[in-house]
Design a protein around this ligand. Structure first.
Ligand SMILES: Cc1cc2nc3c(=O)[nH]c(=O)nc-3n(C[C@H](O)[C@H](O)[C@H](O)COP(=O)(O)OP(=O)(O)OC[C@H]3O[C@@H](n4cnc5c(N)ncnc54)[C@H](O)[C@@H]3O)c2cc1C
Length: 393
């Protein structure tokens, strides 16, 4: 029997690959009985923060990874493309309908059973895939640590989502950064507005997060207030850069969060500001003076294991029939998590069938990513980028 712990992006992909190959698989998902600090629903493959799966451009590493995954028959990406909403060169999805379809396909699959329960330890029998993600429940993570040793974590944050009806459309314009599209809402700021906003942001009250001060932040997902604290112009060269949008001092961009265009998230505004402070400070952005935040930004510790010490190159725990997939392996990002789910799902099938396990070439994005996270001691979470791509030697 095959078990997948966690019905997130990686678990959904792995389970589907196994079921489609003709094997019975049980997904153990703890939501809604035990919720994580970042999920809001009981749906499979919930997108916990941004609804963007990043670029589809083949000159972009994430675009290349998506192309490879589509060629390999990724189920989750296939559904994502069916639920795409306008997002310029990015694959942006309606998060609700996307997760609804994944849930419904998995639920109705004759070879998949979904059991709603928290798994706190892995039995010795059967084949198990641990795909419990960055918010793995404490009890299971403790079991992993006590069984295998090692492990690490870093902090990650979620950006707020705004009710579009509460945006003052007279102060904003629609436009994409590098093309003629009109997918994003842009809130331009003059110098005075920017400096006032910057000052309020750096002085705003933040929620205390245990061990946050160790600065275990992932550099690509810095909270906006941390970027602001690093220098008065840092935001203008980061998420508020006006380049490609016009001759402005700074621009805050909002990305569509659903098909209907009734919800927008503030791009790059991951935060650990206290909720009343989010209302107060983000309403200083032109056009957002009366904005209603329907989902506040939050901060969360992401846990991951060290595959270099704990697993082989197939994410299989040394000496056990336990595999790891998703962000818990030390990859970072939605598409990267889907990629490891696909990799592990396919290899579990091969293992059952007595076939040699499959590695992807290191001159592919998926192969380079897996090679990097399985072979790097003292791993820091890694996402698809051309820096890790290698030529075959
Ligand atoms: C705060 C935050 C913001 C992020 N923002 C982005 C972003 O904007 N863009 C991006 O590309 N990536 C982002 N990420 C990374 C993204 O979450 C992950 O890359 C992706 O969701 C991980 O997929 P996964 O399948 O590994 O885990 P998940 O999608 O989290 O799925 C894991 C599942 O396991 C379940 N589970 C946990 N423990 C147990 C247990 N013991 N028993 C049973 N079930 C269990 C959980 O309920 C969950 O459903 C963010 C992560 C965090 C934490």
């Amino acid at each position: 029997m095959i078990h997948v712990v966690g019905g997130g992006l990686a678990g959904s992909e792995a389970a589907y690959q196994i079921a489609q190959a003709g094997y019975d698989v049980t997904i153990h998902e703890m939501r809604p009985y035990v919720m994580t600090g970042v999920h809001r629903t009981d749906k499979m493959a919930e997108l916990v923060c941004s609804n963007s799966l990043k670029s589809v451009d083949l000159k972009n590493a994430s675009g290349l990874l998506k192309k490879e995954l589509r060629d390999l028959g990724s189920f989750v990406l296939d559904v994502a493309y069916r639920h795409a909403i306008p997002g310029g060169k990015a694959l942006v999805v309606d998060r609700e309908s996307f997760s609804d379809e994944i849930t419904s396909i998995l639920k109705s699959h004759p070879r998949i059973k979904i059991v709603r329960e928290e798994i706190t330890k892995i039995p010795d029998n059967d084949i198990w895939i641990i795909a419990t993600g960055p918010a793995t429940s404490d009890r299971l993570y403790e079991w992993i640590l006590s069984t295998f040793g090692g492990g690490a974590y870093f902090f990650d944050a979620v950006a707020p989502v705004i009710d579009a009806n509460t945006i003052d459309m007279s102060k904003i314009f629609f436009g994409n950064r590098y093309d003629d599209g009109k997918d994003y809402i842009n809130c331009p700021m003059n110098k005075e507005e920017y400096l006032r906003f910057h000052e309020a942001l750096v002085k705003a009250e933040v929620l205390p997060v245990e061990e946050f001060d160790k600065k275990l932040l992932f550099s690509r997902c810095q909270p906006i207030e941390e970027i602001a604290k690093s220098g008065v112009d840092a935001m203008r060269y980061g998420p508020l850069r006006p380049v490609g949008l016009g001759n402005f001092y700074a621009v805050v961009q909002l990305r569509r969060d659903n098909y209907a265009g009734t919800l927008f998230n503030i791009v790059g505004f991951q935060t650990r500001l206290k909720w009343p402070e989010q209302d107060r400070v983000f309403r200083m952005i032109p056009g957002l003076e009366n904005a209603k935040i329907v989902r506040y930004g939050v901060m969360h510790a992401n846990v991951y294991i060290e595959p270099y010490r704990l697993t082989d190159e197939f994410f299989r725990a040394k000496g056990r029939n336990i595999f790891f997939a998703g962000q818990i392996t030390g990859v970072e990002g939605y598409v990267e998590s889907i990629a490891t789910g696909l990799y592990v799902g396919r290899n579990v099938v091969r293992m059952i069938e007595g076939r040699e396990l499959e590695k992807f070439p290191i001159n592919t994005m998926i192969g380079a990513l897996i090679d990097y996270v399985t072979k790097t001691p003292k791993l820091q979470p890694m996402y698809a980028n051309f820096g890790i791509l290698r030529r075959n030697s």
